[in-house]
Design a binder for this molecule. Structure first.
Ligand SMILES: [Zn+2]
Length: 279
């Protein structure tokens, strides 16, 4: 009875093959469902913003042709030597900036809100590095922010370096009481000749990023102007969003020019689409 035995073996083989196919299909189905929930691994995005993003919110920039450096000597108001020479002049300069920032007409614009939306989507994978000392990113809803040049609404103890929130004017007579002897306070702003803040964290983030996006920066001020080379040398995809090509324009893989309030929301929406529906 050779034939029935062979048929039996064939039937067993076919059944086994069906089971394997079924299990494979179930496995694929489960993977699909998992992917639908996590949308795959999220890219790591590091964004650098400069004066260009805040200009549309009415914040006066330093470098434009009608900028603050046209009216003030930066050696007088933005260097440690200037502060040592005439602290009141320096306090007055930043008091004026601090008052202006808190005027009701100064509000975040669509570019700020687009970055808040991007952080909401990417969570821990998003880092915002800003050269701006205003708080418009915070007001728009961003949390993961490095203010590499300091913050206008904070002051610092000249002795201990302790940082305090400060919304009013600061005078040469104001004192910090954190130390044994009351100490003078200065704006929590990085001046020319001083080291920008959290540089170690910044270079670490640049080395791990999938995207480096520079928004509204002129590319004149180092070390920020060197971030694009640093990112590019590590194979990070680099994007420039600016009103016009910056000094370091040629270093970027991708570039879009126009007002920040238009090009930033458009780029963010494009990236979110790409994440939700990968090609
Ligand atoms: Zn102190």
């Amino acid at each position: 009875m050779r034939v029935p035995r062979r048929r039996l073996r064939l039937a067993r083989y076919k059944k086994h093959r069906r089971q394997i196919h079924q299990r494979f299909r179930q496995h694929l189905f489960a993977l699909d469902r998992l992917c639908a929930h996590t949308s795959g691994p999220l890219p790591k995005v590091v964004v650098l913003t400069g004066a260009g993003i805040s200009a549309e919110s009415g914040i006066r920039t330093f470098r434009a042709s009608d900028g603050l450096w046209e009216e003030h000597h930066l050696e007088d108001v933005a260097t440690p030597e200037g502060f040592a020479r005439d602290p009141q002049r320096v306090q007055d300069f930043y008091n004026e900036r601090r008052r202006q920032l808190q005027q009701p007409e100064i509000q975040p614009n669509p570019a700020h809100f687009a970055l808040a939306k991007l952080e909401a989507a990417l969570g821990e994978n998003f880092l915002l590095i800003t050269q701006n000392i205003d708080d418009l990113h915070e007001r728009a809803g961003n949390h993961n922010i490095i203010h590499m040049h300091g913050e206008l609404l904070k002051v610092r103890c000249c002795d201990s370096g302790q940082v305090l929130n400060w919304t009013g004017d600061l005078t040469v007579d104001d004192r910090c009481y954190c130390c044994q002897f009351p100490a003078a306070l200065r704006p929590h702003v990085v001046w020319f000749g001083e080291m920008p803040l959290q540089m170690g964290d910044i270079y670490q983030a640049l080395s791990e990023a999938d995207y480096f996006v520079a928004i509204g920066t002129s590319g004149h001020v180092y070390p920020a102007a060197g971030f694009v080379q640093e990112a590019a040398s590590r194979g990070v995809k680099t994007v420039e969003l600016n009103l016009e090509p910056s000094q370091t324009e040629s270093e970027f893989n991708e570039k879009h020019y126009g007002p920040a309030s238009e090009v930033v929301p458009a780029w963010v929406d494009g990236l979110l689409q790409k994440i939700a529906y990968p090609a």
